[in-house]
Design a protein around this ligand. Structure first.
Ligand SMILES: [Zn+2]
Length: 443
């Protein structure tokens, strides 16, 4: 297909346009025209509202195996983590390829066209590297290709079991021993047409300040995205204050991590000073509200972070739910509950977080919007299903942000080509693949 006709499309303004014709040039948008009331000859029709592809800026694909198994009961973050480590123990590169491909295909069905996979499950049992030390990372990259989703592999440095604590048996699978060995391993991974390699500092618990500085300068020298879990839990802040006398954000700032290419994941328990550091450096803050809810992490100061200058993006993190619309509205709705104030984030701002900000956070500055020259990644949301029937064009942005579900995604085009058509993946039986892959890891 070289030409699409969209009944309605969001081209980045605070309103939607009727009758938009998108010409495809290679894997990019060639030209755009608005106001075509009927499809031109030869155009493929996209009924509903077409928006840029959704960016899932923070995922751990293997945690899809925990869905429905860790929600019940009063377990803390620590007990959740024990379950997560048990799931990880069953995974090898072949099983990871199958599980990640099925999980990324579920993302494609939900309108996600790029995923940031925060990857730390590097090595074999007891920490022995595989024959190819990047076997796990390559399995994840191959999985994304099979699912038709762009990927930024955020290869995480993870060295310690806690501040000053050696990694335990499971955590040895995450550790390269030191930052130099991490860098040497990551150097063997390369970008591809739909692949970017980025760096991650797992957290200030798992990476000491010297190693964090080494990872930060590796990313800086290569202009790579750099992500880190930041202040997800009060306990992390406390341990960091006791060991280093400063907050995790201040520690990362001192390590040279905070730049425009940095994304702080969660930033739930940040101080006013932290907000100024993140905003002043024009960092991205990736919010993962369905996971933060599930784990009882708390509600972060999203509005105040944005006011300080930080850009907001969204992630499904634990993949207990894969629905970026739910993540987007949760930013506003959870903050309403915390503050008693409505209207902190507009539907327009939340849609920007779900698209362009996420693409930028993952090192794809030419995606996440429908414009001439941008990557031809876009998603059509049906407006004739039970949730959105009767939506007037002037309310379409708020309607999809506050009421759409992943199941309302009808068509997904990545690089100009269909990945999902009429609600079905063009290559994979996603439910069957999930069933097989999850059974193989004992989920
Ligand atoms: Zn995470």
């Amino acid at each position: 297909v070289t030409r699409y006709w969209c009944e309605l499309a969001w081209l980045g303004a605070q309103r939607v346009e009727p009758g938009v014709v998108i010409e495809i040039d290679g894997e990019r948008v060639g030209s755009l025209a608005t106001g075509a009331s009927i499809p031109p000859a030869g155009a493929t029709r996209l009924d509903g509202l077409t928006i840029p592809g959704l960016a899932n800026a923070h995922s751990h694909a293997f945690q899809r195996a925990l869905r429905g198994r860790t929600q019940a009961g009063t377990g803390s973050f620590r007990t959740w983590r024990e379950r997560m480590y048990r799931a990880a123990a069953a995974i090898d590169p072949d099983r990871y390829l199958a599980l990640a491909r099925a999980t990324f295909a579920e993302m494609a069905l939900a309108g996600i066209t790029v995923v940031g996979e925060f990857h730390y499950l590097h090595h074999g049992p007891d920490g022995t590297p595989y024959e190819d030390p990047n076997a796990m990372g390559r399995a994840i990259i191959e999985a994304a290709g099979g699912a038709g989703v762009r990927i930024t592999l955020l290869d995480a440095c993870y060295l310690h079991g806690g501040i000053g604590v050696a990694p335990d048996r499971v955590q040895r699978r995450f550790s390269d021993g030191d930052a130099a060995a991490w860098a040497e391993r990551v150097a063997a991974l390369a970008d591809g047409p739909a692949v970017r390699i980025g760096a991650a500092i797992h957290s200030v618990r798992a990476v000491d300040p010297e190693a964090a500085a080494a990872v930060a300068s590796w990313a800086e020298e290569r202009s790579r995205p750099l992500h880190a879990h930041v202040s997800e839990q009060p306990a992390e802040n406390q341990a960091c204050a006791e060991a280093y006398g400063r907050t995790p954000t201040a520690l990362l700032a001192q390590a040279g991590a905070l730049t425009e290419r940095f994304s702080a994941i969660h930033a739930t328990h940040v101080t006013a000073g932290d907000r100024d550091l993140l905003g002043g450096a024009r960092c991205c803050v990736c919010l993962c509200p369905t996971t933060e809810r599930d784990l009882g992490d708390g509600i972060g100061p999203a509005r105040r972070l944005a006011d300080a200058g930080a850009r907001l993006s969204l992630g499904t993190d634990s993949n207990a739910i894969i629905d970026i619309f739910e993540e987007a509205r949760a930013v506003e709705l959870d903050e309403r509950l915390a503050t008693g104030v409505r209207g902190l984030h507009s539907g327009f701002e939340l849609l920007c977080a779900a698209t362009e900000a996420g693409y930028r956070s993952l090192g794809w500055p030419d995606g996440g919007r429908i414009a001439s020259g941008s990557l031809a990644d876009f998603v059509t949301v049906r407006l004739d299903g039970v949730r959105l029937a009767g939506t007037a064009p002037e309310h379409a942005i708020d309607a999809i942000v506050f009421a759409a579900a992943a199941a309302d995604v009808r068509d997904v085009v990545t690089g100009g080509r269909f990945v999902v058509r009429d609600g079905a993946h063009v290559r994979l039986d996603v439910a069957a693949e999930l069933q097989t892959a999850l059974a193989a890891v004992g989920a």
